[in-house]
Design a protein around this ligand. Structure first.
Ligand SMILES: C[S@@+](CC[C@H](N)C(=O)[O-])C[C@H]1O[C@@H](n2cnc3c(N)ncnc32)[C@H](O)[C@@H]1O
Length: 256
C-alpha cells in the first residue's frame, strides 16, 4: 500500500530516497535496459501487455487529424498504435487530415531504441513528464503507459497532462496496479519476486532494474487512490478498469 513519506523523500522500489536520487536511479534503470526493453516486456507478460495496450487504444478511439502526446513513451508503441488506428479510420473515410503523434520520454536511450525504419519522422522529445514543453490546450489526447510509477513528481505531471489537453481532450494512463483477487495474489507474488528479476538478469544482464519494477508496483497507489489524484489534477469523468484481475489498470479522464 502506498503511503506518503516526508515531503522530501519519494519511493524508489521499497526504499525511500530523495527526489534527486530517484530521478537519477530511474534514468539509470531505463538507460540500462533500453536495448532489450521490448523483448523483456513480451517475455515477462507472455505478450499480454499488447492486449492491455490495444484496449487502451480502443478506449482512446483515435481520429484522423488529432494530436497525441504520449508521455514516458519509451520505445513508442503507444504512439505508433494511435497513429495506425487514426490512419485506418482516415482511409475508411477518405480523409487526408494528418494525425500528429509525439513520443516524449525523459530518457534518450529509450527514445533511440524505439526508432524504426518506418517511423523515423515521428517527433520524439526528451523531457520530464512534470514539465512538458508543449503549449496549453494543444492536444486531443495524452497517454502514459507504465510510466507514471517512475515519475518523481506525479501530481505535477498529472497537472501538466491536464494543462496541455484541449477542452474535450482525453487522458489515458495504463499502469501496473493491485490485484483484486486474493486467491491469485500468492501466485502473482511468487512469479513477480522470483521469476521476473531472474528473467531480467538473463535477458538484460540487469537483475536490479527488474527488482525495482516489482517493488515500485507494490508502492504505487491503489486504483481508488490514484483515481482521486487524477480528479485532484482537474480531470472530469475519472474512471478506471482493471485488466487481468488488477495486474494492470487503465485510468481515464476528460478535460472539460
Ligand atoms: C516502463 S517504461 C514504459 C515505456 C512505454 N510507455 C511502454 O508502455 O512500454 C517507463 C518509461 O518512463 C520513462 N520515465 C521515467 N521517468 C520519467 C519522467 N519523469 N518523465 C518522462 N518519462 C519518464 C522512462 O525513461 C521509461 O522509458
Amino acid at each position: 500500500m502506498f503511503a506518503f513519506m516526508d515531503e522530501d523523500s519519494v519511493s524508489f522500489g521499497f526504499e525511500d530516497v530523495s527526489r534527486e536520487e530517484k530521478s537519477r536511479r530511474v534514468k539509470g534503470v531505463f538507460a540500462s535496459v533500453a536495448g532489450r526493453y521490448d523483448l523483456m516486456n513480451d517475455l515477462m507478460s507472455a505478450g499480454v501487455h499488447r492486449i492491455w495496450k490495444a484496449n487502451m487504444i480502443a478506449w482512446l478511439n483515435p481520429q484522423p487529424g488529432e494530436t497525441l502526446i504520449d508521455v514516458a513513451g519509451g520505445t513508442g508503441d503507444i504512439a505508433r498504435a494511435f497513429q495506425a488506428k487514426a490512419n485506418e479510420v482516415g482511409r475508411r473515410r477518405s480523409s487526408q487530415t494528418e494525425t500528429l503523434t509525439f513520443v516524449s520520454d525523459i530518457n534518450e536511450a529509450m527514445l533511440v531504441a524505439g526508432i524504426k525504419a518506418t517511423d523515423r519522422n515521428m517527433p520524439r522529445l526528451a523531457c520530464d513528464a512534470a514539465a512538458l514543453p508543449f503549449p496549453d490546450r494543444c492536444a486531443d489526447a495524452v497517454t502514459i503507459s507504465f510510466g507514471i510509477r517512475n515519475v518523481v513528481e506525479i501530481d505535477k505531471a498529472l497537472q501538466e497532462f491536464r494543462r496541455v489537453l484541449k477542452p474535450g481532450g482525453r487522458f489515458a494512463c495504463l499502469e501496473f496496479s493491485h490485484m483484486t483477487h486474493r486467491v491469485l495474489q500468492d501466485a502473482y507474488d511468487q512469479y513477480s519476486f522470483k521469476i521476473i528479476p531472474w528473467l531480467g538478469e538473463r535477458v538484460t544482464g540487469d537483475r536490479a532494474s527488474y527488482q525495482y519494477l516489482i517493488e515500485s508496483i507494490r508502492r504505487f497507489p491503489t486504483q481508488d487512490d490514484f483515481a482521486a489524484r487524477i480528479r485532484a489534477a482537474g480531470f472530469s469523468e475519472v474512471a478506471y478498469r482493471n485488466y487481468s484481475g488488477g495486474i494492470a489498470c487503465l485510468h481515464t479522464g476528460w478535460a472539460v
